[in-house]
Design a protein around this ligand. Structure first.
Ligand code: ATP
Length: 587
């Protein structure tokens, strides 16, 4: 029950719908047990005594009861659904909001399909119990309570005999729940896994096709599908094992009732009408008992779903600054790293080790080094995507923790090697970081990013809708859209992460031109593998295994004969010389 208690804030504000649903349910259940009483009256008072003149009154009374029951059932159903739907609306919103503010640490290990499944199937599982299971559980208690009251009213010994079987039933139901709950959790997990497989496959379909790995993917899916199937079969097995036992217990109650009840009628201690009424009442008890498995089922499923939802809701949020300002601040752009060391969660090796440097406002810092040397990590710490293990990162002389995350991120513009574009219009994609931008500003940003001309050649210009992840544009075009996006937020600090690595020379030239425009007066960090991209930087940091092994300007570094930068330079420029020589020889 702890799961439900902890999720109470989502459903209890709508308790009035719940109360209405339950109030009308009491009426429905109450009327249900009146039927056997009418039956008893008809047999004992009308048929046996031959008082046929009361038949029309009984019939009219019966019809009235049915009309009331119909109206009550409608209200119960409607308010029950409203209760569930309204509650999970809030829950879904909170989960989605939570996803926006979870730290990168979380996403490093999360699986998209699993998260999707939590936000859809698990929320739905929880809703089903709120809308339906909850009232079924109450219905169970009510019907049994009302039926037993009527039974005790007719004959105490017969009611006691019928009750004899209840403890056995309770044991079976308890055991059933113990087994079925983990089984349902297994199903949910397996479903999430299946979702992950499908989502990853669709996202990576280019890679799958280009490497002809379709069969491998089908087999991988088969394994997950197989697991899902066996999880479900396992649950069916548990269900099949317990359901007949529950039914047997119910039937044994009926046998006992008939034997002892018949004896009482023969002895003259019970009327025929009362035995018939008893017989119907036992079936009213039996119905919910048979259903108990199903009710426990929805309860277990929703408990399992609720637990999975709580796992997301309980995740710690991104760390906000402690004395953060209320109004957003505009940075001047001085960035200082002082003995910064960083290790990613669950990693043994440090990604950054004792990094120190200062970038004055408007300066450009180049970061170069082998893959995995820590270049991106520096910029991720600067954006406070992660917090360093030790050391201080400051902007304009104040540590990052003194600013709100919003201030930091609104002041830092990033152009990645693979920028994400949404399946929306080009206009919306450019203005994503500044949704209130005027059209003129959007066009101006696109012109400065060298993107305007190709946008105008598209069928709907700025209103052209892009496919998922910007499908329909070339790598260089996507890149220029993301540069326009960065220009439009007018950041004081700019991070260019391998922004020109994946394009041809001509596009690189255009992008470089666009970048020059955007770098103007901004503190810029250029991460590059090519020396040509960062040789104009005010300071270049050469990284290796998370440490700065050399620093200086391009001119200074190439004069370090046996330095690492010089080696990279030689490789990149000697190759070029060779190519020129070969071209000169007509190769
Ligand atoms: N999110 C993460 N979780 C765990 N380890 C990470 C994470 N991101 C990076 N690392 C590790 O930290 C080290 C530095 O990675 P980083 O991405 O900063 O290198 P890089 O120099 O930018 O590499 P590249 O040139 O390939 O982009 C690597 O060993 C990498 O495996």
């Amino acid at each position: 029950m702890d799961t439900f208690k902890r999720l109470k804030d989502f459903y209890w504000p709508y308790k009035k719908y719940f109360y209405w649903s339950i109030l009308t349910l009491i009426l429905v259940s109450g009327i249900t047990v009146v039927y056997p009483m009418v039956l008893q009256y008809t047999i004992d008072e009308i048929i046996i005594k031959g008082e046929y003149s009361t038949v029309p009154y009984v019939a009219i009374g019966f019809i009235l009861l049915m009309i009331i029951k119909g109206a009550a059932t409608y209200t119960h159903q409607f308010y029950g659904d409203l209760f569930g739907i309204r509650s999970v609306y809030e829950l879904r919103e909170s989960l989605y909001e939570k996803l926006q503010f979870l730290p990168f640490d979380y996403y490093d290990n999360a699986k998209t399909g699993d998260l999707m499944s939590r936000l859809t199937a698990d929320v739905e599982g929880f809703r089903f119990f709120l809308s339906f299971g909850f009232s079924q559980l109450i219905n169970f208690v009510l019907i049994i309570g009302f039926s037993l009251s009527v039974m005790f009213f007719y004959s105490i010994p017969l009611a006691l005999i019928t009750l004899c079987m209840m403890p056995f039933l309770a044991i079976v139901v308890y055991k059933f729940d113990k087994e079925v709950h983990p089984a349902f959790r297994g199903i949910r997990k397996s479903m999430a896994n299946l979702n992950t497989k499908v989502q990853e496959n669709i996202s990576g379909i280019n890679t799958v096709k280009s490497l002809s790995r379709e069969d491998f993917e089908i087999n991988k899916f088969d394994t997950s599908n197989e697991d899902y199937k066996s999880q479900y079969l396992n649950t069916s097995h548990i269900w099949a094992k317990y359901f007949p036992v529950m039914e047997l217990i119910g039937n044994l109650s009926v046998v006992l009732l008939l034997a002892y009840g018949g004896y009482l009628v023969i002895q003259g201690n019970l009327s025929a009408g009362e035995l018939v009424a008893f017989f119907s009442l036992v079936w009213y008890i039996m119905g919910p008992i048979m259903n108990l498995g199903f009710i426990m089922n929805t309860f277990s499923q929703s408990k399992a779903s609720g637990e999975r939802l709580l796992e997301v809701l309980d995740e710690p949020l991104e760390m906000e600054g402690k004395d953060r300002e209320l109004e957003m601040v505009r940075f001047h752009g001085e960035v200082t790293f002082e003995n910064v060391t960083h290790r990613y969660k669950n990693e043994k090796k440090e990604a950054l080790n004792d990094i120190s440097f200062t970038a004055k406002p408007g300066q450009t810092i180049g970061l170069i080094g082998a893959t995995g040397s820590g270049k991106t990590s520096i910029t991720q710490l600067l954006s406070r995507f992660y917090n360093p293990e030790s050391g201080t990162i400051a902007i304009d002389g104040k540590p990052l923790e003194d600013y709100s995350l919003r201030t930091i991120r609104k002041n830092i513009g990033t152009v990645l090697q693979e920028s994400f574009l949404f399946s929306s219009t080009i206009k919306d994609n450019i203005s994503y970081g500044n949704p209130y931008a005027e059209m003129d500003d959007i066009i101006d940003a696109a012109k400065r990013a060298q993107a305007h001309d190709f946008i105008m050649e598209l069928p709907d210009g700025y209103d052209t809708i892009l496919g998922e992840r910007g499908l329909g544009l070339s790598g260089g075009q996507k890149q220029r859209i993301s540069i326009a996006r960065a220009i439009l937020i007018d950041p004081t600090i700019l991070i260019l992460d391998d922004a020109t690595s994946a394009v041809d020379m001509e596009t690189e030239f255009r992008i470089q031109k666009a970048l020059k425009e955007v770098m103007n007066d901004r503190t810029t960090f250029i991460i590059a593998h090519r020396i040509s991209s960062l040789k104009h930087a005010d300071e270049i940091l050469v990284l290796s295994n998370g440490k700065v092994i050399e620093r200086g300007t391009h001119e200074e570094l190439i004069h370090e004969e046996s330095g690492a930068y010089r080696k990279i330079y030689d490789i990149q420029y000697q190759d070029k010389d060779k190519v020129f020589q070969m071209n000169g020889q007509g190769v």
